[in-house]
Each structure stands twice: as structure tokens, then as C-alpha cells.
Design a binder for this molecule. Structure first.
Ligand code: FDA
Length: 281
């Protein structure tokens, strides 16, 4: 592996589907579920989008029946910036195969300039498919209304904070506001949402979700907690031991740089880890 790839290996499960599936199998043996993501985004031509979609199709076919065929997909990797039509065509291709193999496709959410287009494509797909879900970001001011609408439609939502830098016009800027929004959205989803996924490493938000579920008598099998590969593995095990459903996002592939930078930007501990690895040689 090249040097940057060695550094990224804390957060990325390798460059091939096989390496990601091996990670998924190891997680499975500990009772932890996985969603696999073939890394890639910001594709601007049909050929690259076709290749990326073919990669997700191949991944779905390679995941063994012993594991859940659960994948995450970014729509800019499936041609969203080329045209909505191309994106729908390629996403449909992925969803058809997912349906055939009993799989599920989670459509990741990208920066706010793609929010509406992503939801538009998602909703068109949802009219034809049950095996698809979306992601909403608590950092965005619009998200509480999007959560209410998703609940009304019976959509399966993963709630996260949001990994993109956004202007104050569309997003809360302070962590306390983002957390407050996250808590409001999580409560709505836990109470009324379809199979809600609470995706965070933030212990205060995990505790809030678990406390709210306990208080309202919402059983642990009605929702899941999600975290990223490489972050808080000890916590995954503890939550599974307590009877919670935990799913880990397992990214892989050669286009890992933007994903890797987002992880570094999020927490100084992630940067410190990379620096330690670097200086240890
Ligand atoms: P954040 O980084 O804000 O940290 C807050 C606190 O959490 C810390 O102060 C500490 O207490 C605790 N903590 C965090 N990491 C820790 C660690 N390693 N060890 C110990 N404590 C730790 N984003 C997006 O825009 N679109 C998407 O589609 C997705 N998809 C997605 C899927 C999944 C499964 C996850 C978990 C996340 C995403 N994200 C995402 C990323 C998300 O929006 C967000 O950027 C990151 O999860 C970071 O925010 P957190 O709330 O996890 O903690």
C-alpha cells in the first residue's frame, strides 16, 4: 500500500470489495452489522458514473448470503451531476440487483447543494422500491421538516450530523445547535419513523437516543445505532452486548481521499492517530 493509503487504512477497509467483505465477516462474527460503501463521489461524466454503478452492482453480488447485502451509495458517484435521468437510470440498476439478492441500498447525503436533488431522486426510487433508504443531516436547518415528511412517507432514514462545511444560511454553525437539532430529529424518528438509524459517535447523543427509547418503551430491535469503521470499535461491542443493533459503515476502494479528509477534519484525535502512525514509521 502507498503511504497515504496506509494512513487511511484506519478508516478505509482496503481497496477491494473482498477486503471490505472480510471486514464485514469479522464484524458479523462479533454480532455487528455492516453497510458497505464503494468510495467515490463528484463524478462528472457518464462513463465514470457507469463504472461506479457497475462497482456497486458487483459488490452486491459478491457479498455472501451469510452477511446482509447492505450497501451505501453516493448519488454524485452515480451521475447526479451529469443529469437526473442518468442518476435515476444507474440507481435503478443498483436497486434492481439489490432486490434480486435481497439487499438494501442507503443513499448517502452529500453537501447542501445536492440535498434537494438527492431527495428528489430518492423519492422517485421509493415509489418503485422498498429496499432503499436515505440520510438526513441534523446540521441543516431544513432537516426537522424533512424528517417529518420522511415519517409521513414511511421512508427509512439514517440521521447523522452532516460531514460537510455549510453556510449559516442553510446550516446551524454551533455544535450545541447541531446537537439540539439531532436530539429533536432522533426523538421524532424513534417514536414514529420506519426502522430509524441513529448514526453518531457522540456519546451524549447515543445516551439521549437510548434514554428516550427506554422512557417510551421502544424496544432495541426497532432502531439501530450506526458508526464508522475505525471509530469507537469498543463501543460497538458494548452496545451489542447490551442487546442493541449496531451497524458499521465500511468504506473501501481507491477513491478514499475526500472521505479520509472529512474524517480528519472532524476530530483532532483522528489527526493525532495519523501523525502517530506517520512518526512510528
Ligand atoms: P463528532 O465528530 O461530532 O464528535 C462529537 C463527540 O463524539 C466527541 O466530542 C466525543 O465525545 C465523541 N466521539 C467522536 N468520535 C469519537 C471517537 N473516535 N472516540 C471516542 N469518542 C468519540 N455524513 C454526511 O454528511 N452524509 C452521510 O451520508 C453520512 N453517513 C454517515 C454514516 C454513518 C454510519 C456515520 C456514523 C456517519 C455518517 N456521516 C455522514 C458523518 C456524520 O455526518 C459526522 O460527520 C460524523 O459522524 C462525525 O460526527 P459525530 O456525531 O459522530 O461525532
Amino acid at each position: 500500500m502507498r503511504l497515504p493509503a496506509v494512513l487511511a487504512s484506519r478508516f478505509v477497509a482496503g481497496e477491494t470489495a473482498e477486503s471490505a467483505i472480510a471486514v464485514g465477516a469479522a464484524l458479523h462474527s462479533r454480532g455487528v452489522r455492516a453497510t458497505f460503501d464503494l468510495l467515490g463521489e463528484d463524478v462528472h461524466d457518464r462513463a465514470s458514473a457507469e463504472r461506479a454503478a457497475a462497482g456497486s452492482v458487483e459488490l452486491l453480488r459478491k457479498i455472501p448470503a451469510t452477511l446482509e447485502r447492505n450497501v451505501s451509495v453516493k448519488l454524485t458517484n452515480a451521475g447526479l451531476d451529469v443529469s437526473k435521468e442518468l442518476c435515476l437510470e444507474l440507481a435503478t440498476r443498483i436497486l434492481e440487483v439489490a432486490r434480486e439478492v435481497g439487499g438494501f441500498v442507503r443513499i448517502d447525503m452529500e453537501g447542501s447543494d445536492h440535498t434537494q436533488a438527492t431527495l428528489d431522486v430518492f423519492r422517485e426510487l421509493r415509489e418503485r422500491y422498498d429496499n432503499v433508504g436515505c440520510v438526513l443531516q441534523a446540521a441543516l436547518r431544513r432537516t426537522e421538516a424533512d424528517v417529518v415528511e420522511a415519517i409521513r412517507r414511511g421512508d427509512r432514514v439514517r440521521l447523522c450530523k452532516g460531514a460537510y462545511r455549510e453556510p449559516a444560511r442553510v446550516a446551524f454553525q454551533s455544535m450545541s445547535e447541531v446537537r439540539e437539532s439531532f436530539r429533536r430529529c432522533a426523538e421524532l424518528m424513534l417514536e414514529k419513523g420506519a426502522d430509524p438509524a441513529i448514526a453518531t459517535h457522540d456519546e451524549s447523543l447515543i445516551q439521549h437516543a437510548l434514554g428516550f427509547a427506554r422512557e417510551r418503551g421502544i424496544p432495541p430491535d426497532r432502531f439501530e445505532l450506526q458508526m464508522l469503521y475505525g471509530l469507537r470499535p469498543g463501543r460497538w461491542n458494548a452496545l451489542v452486548a447490551e442487546g442493541y443493533r449496531v451497524r458499521v459503515y465500511v468504506p473501501y476502494g481507491t477513491h478514499w481521499l475526500p472521505y479520509f479528509y472529512r474524517r480528519l477534519r472532524e476530530r483532532k484525535e483522528n489527526v493525532l492517530f495519523v501523525l502517530r502512525t506517520l512518526f512510528r514509521g
